[in-house]
Design a protein around this ligand. Sequence first.
Ligand code: NAG
Ligand code: NAG
Ligand code: NAG
Ligand code: NAG
Ligand code: NAG
Ligand code: NAG
Ligand code: NAG
Ligand code: NAG
Ligand code: NAG
Length: 279
Amino acid sequence: MAMVSSRLVFLVSICTMVSQAIAQPDFLYHFCLDKGNYTSNSTYNRNLNQVLSSLSSNTEIDYGFYNFSYGKSPDKVYSLGLCRGDAKPDICRSCLNNTTNLLPRLCPNQKEAIGWHDYCMLRYSFRDIFNIMEDSPSFYMWNTNKVSGNLDQFNQDLRTLLDSKRVQAAAGGSLRKFAAGNATAPNNQTLYSLVQCTPDLSYQDCNDCLAGAFGNITQCCGGKQGGRVITPSCYFRFEFYLFYDAKADNASSPSLSPPPPLVPKLIMHHHHHCLHYHH
Ligand SMILES: *[C@@H]1O[C@H](CO)[C@@H](O)[C@H](O)[C@H]1NC(C)=O
Ligand SMILES: *[C@@H]1O[C@H](CO)[C@@H](O)[C@H](O)[C@H]1NC(C)=O
Ligand SMILES: *[C@@H]1O[C@H](CO)[C@@H](O)[C@H](O)[C@H]1NC(C)=O
Ligand SMILES: *[C@@H]1O[C@H](CO)[C@@H](O)[C@H](O)[C@H]1NC(C)=O
Ligand SMILES: *[C@@H]1O[C@H](CO)[C@@H](O)[C@H](O)[C@H]1NC(C)=O
Ligand SMILES: *[C@@H]1O[C@H](CO)[C@@H](O)[C@H](O)[C@H]1NC(C)=O
Ligand SMILES: *[C@@H]1O[C@H](CO)[C@@H](O)[C@H](O)[C@H]1NC(C)=O
Ligand SMILES: *[C@@H]1O[C@H](CO)[C@@H](O)[C@H](O)[C@H]1NC(C)=O
Ligand SMILES: *[C@@H]1O[C@H](CO)[C@@H](O)[C@H](O)[C@H]1NC(C)=O
């Protein structure tokens, strides 16, 4: 794992309105959202198993985005699976297979749950989660090494890089909204970044989701050599080392229209629940 190979101690800070959140080694993080319970062997349980098995056994999808639902209301189950844009199909399938086994075990009888692995994200719910931008629950991770030298210049270089990746990712099609790339930071250091949205989002929603996540950089990883803000609909990561497959660097084609202006957004969060751990 890139995180381990960097030989750095990572701290993870989790701030969320969700009460039930447990650190788990196979996931970067997961949330069991207390939005309703199903009973074992119920119709909901069978529909969930059906959805998860379609997701983990699918061998046709090679663009890393899965959107499956099964059953009839009120027991219909919706799910989304998303692989990191640079993950090859076999890694993607293995990651999703693992997460479809893990998440229901970590969140037994919970109708809605979400978990993030380094290479994929899985969520399921009783409600339709397709085409909806959601920036909560979210979590942060940061590299504990501090940026040395000109911090203002670094922040500016980081923001310029991320903004250009945001525009590229948002302009991706309905199968893929991903961009990765590098830029030169002060002291001639190379800054690497990766941004991604679930590709069911519109250009505007992807753009807004990422812009909102960038707005958390100060809390997440201000002045640090690396960081991530991860939400259900989008996430970004940056580091001073190459942590993605550079062959996926070209990402999506450049947008023809100029980037829309960034509009500050108010995001509602309730009880903040923050915890830290050493990875
Ligand atoms: C679901 O079950 C858990 C544990 O049995 C309980 O604490 C929780 O209140 C239930 N949630 C809902 C929304 O019914
Ligand atoms: C669910 O079904 C399995 C096998 O069909 C059975 O072993 C188990 O006892 C059932 N659980 C409940 C809570 O009914
Ligand atoms: C994804 O889910 C939405 C809403 O549930 C549905 O309209 C759409 O057809 C699904 N797309 C695929 C590829 O399954
Ligand atoms: C899935 O789990 C297996 C067994 O634990 C592991 O070897 C494999 O690396 C995992 N896949 C991914 C993509 O993490
Ligand atoms: C999926 O995971 C299960 C349980 O971990 C394992 O038995 C199965 O071989 C895996 N399937 C694939 C295609 O990796
Ligand atoms: C940095 O990005 C450029 C394209 O902007 C690419 O040509 C170059 O190979 C990348 N460098 C590294 C080290 O990934
Ligand atoms: C910056 O780094 C590049 C390659 O990493 C090197 O070619 C170049 O000479 C360096 N520039 C300075 C001013 O150190
Ligand atoms: C790179 O760009 C080419 C041409 O635009 C495209 O066909 C290819 O799929 C892209 N590669 C990736 C990994 O996105
Ligand atoms: C991210 O920033 C927004 C807006 O300032 C804030 O409401 C939200 O709580 C932050 N997210 C986290 C996970 O702290």
